[in-house]
Design a protein around this ligand. Structure first.
Ligand code: F6P
Length: 325
């Protein structure tokens, strides 16, 4: 069946780069003679039929803006069969022949469900967590990493002045990817992530060692999904403050990491993935997610993408440990 009209939605958590991705989707579709309908508020809007017609002008002046101009909603709401049926009914009524979905692993699961129901779907990975298999980077990760890194650099300034240890908690849900890269790039003394187990005592020892070595600060980057988050570590260290050497402070970076103008890398990634996704959908490809592997834009079956969690680069973790001398 020829594709004459496509829908596009953003689902789950937003991230910097979703807007340039939407711009590329709309304009590539139009250049291929395909109409575009925007779905507001992700899968929730799909189930409620919240559709708006998009033109090249509708996506003007948004490439530098964070968030998603379509709005989004938690992708879990799409899990039920009833919701999926409503979505299909709305798509058929609006004469939409194919759908582009932008989001994280939960969104890719929703996309796979639609694919299994026979609707043509292509996914684009967008999440600051960078936890979606089938791509080296998801849209939003680079900007969030730079935001976290900027915060770590600033914290290091004040930590050094007052000779303190800092626990810096970084987002990432169940993944330690963002924390690992932020810790390595930020020269952290230790990185605590869910994928590599650690004890509270390891953190205490790292802080004491840094003090004894004569360091002017000690930065511990902790992923929010690690076995112990920053609050739990801070509570433990509070009981052992006599041995620490450094005074300890904690900063939870939180949602500041999700906002802001997308970096050049994220804009280019978003633009390339958005354009390629439309080309693949119009060319008849179904049930795939587009991603960046090496420097190639490739398509991977959604079934493969959602089969396993994305592993961290263990080599990078050991490098961070080795360099934290
Ligand atoms: O998936 C992106 C993310 O920012 C995670 O890093 C974080 O755990 C989660 O979303 C936070 O979700 P919410 O905005 O619903 O609190």
């Amino acid at each position: 069946m020829a594709i004459r009209r496509i829908g596009v939605l953003t689902s789950g958590s937003d991230g910097p780069g979703f807007n340039p991705c939407l711009c590329a989707v709309v304009r590539m579709a139009i250049s291929l003679g395909v109409e575009v309908v925007g779905v507001r508020r992700g899968f929730t809007g799909l189930m409620n039929g919240e559709f708006i017609s998009l033109s090249a002008r509708s996506v003007g002046g948004i490439v530098h803006k964070g968030g998603t101009f379509l709005g989004t909603s938690p992708s879990v709401e799409f899990a039920g069969r009833r919701g999926q049926m409503e979505a299909l009914r709305n798509l058929n009524e609006a004469e939409i022949d194919g759908l582009i979905v932008i989001g994280g692993d939960g969104t890719m699961r929703g996309a796979q469900q639609l694919h299994e129901l026979g609707f043509p779907v292509v996914g684009i990975p967008g999440t600051i967590d960078n936890d979606v298999p089938g791509t080296d980077f998801s849209i939003g990760f680079d900007t969030a990493l730079n935001t976290a890194l900027d915060a770590i650099d600033r914290i290091k300034d004040t930590a050094t002045s007052l000779q303190r240890a800092f626990l810096v908690e970084v987002m990432g849900r169940k993944s330690g990817n963002l924390a690992l890269m932020a810790g390595l790039a930020g020269g952290a003394e230790m990185v605590g992530i869910p994928e590599e187990d650690f004890e509270l005592d390891d953190v205490a020892r790292t802080i004491t060692d840094a003090y004894v070595k004569g360091k002017a600060h000690c930065i511990i980057v902790v992923a929010e999904g690690a076995r112990f988050n920053a609050t739990a570590i801070a509570d433990y260290l509070q009981q052992r403050r006599e041995e620490a050497g450094f005074t300890v402070r904690m900063t939870i970076l939180g949602h500041v990491q999700r906002g802001g103008s997308p970096s050049a890398f994220d804009r280019l990634l978003a633009t390339r993935l958005g354009a390629f996704a439309v080309e693949r959908l119009v060319a008849g490809e179904r049930g795939v997610m587009v991603g960046l592997v090496g420097n190639e834009i490739v398509a991977t079956p959604l079934a493969e993408v959602i089969a396993h969690p994305k592993a961290i680069d263990v080599g990078m973790f050991h490098l961070a440990e080795t360099l934290a001398k």
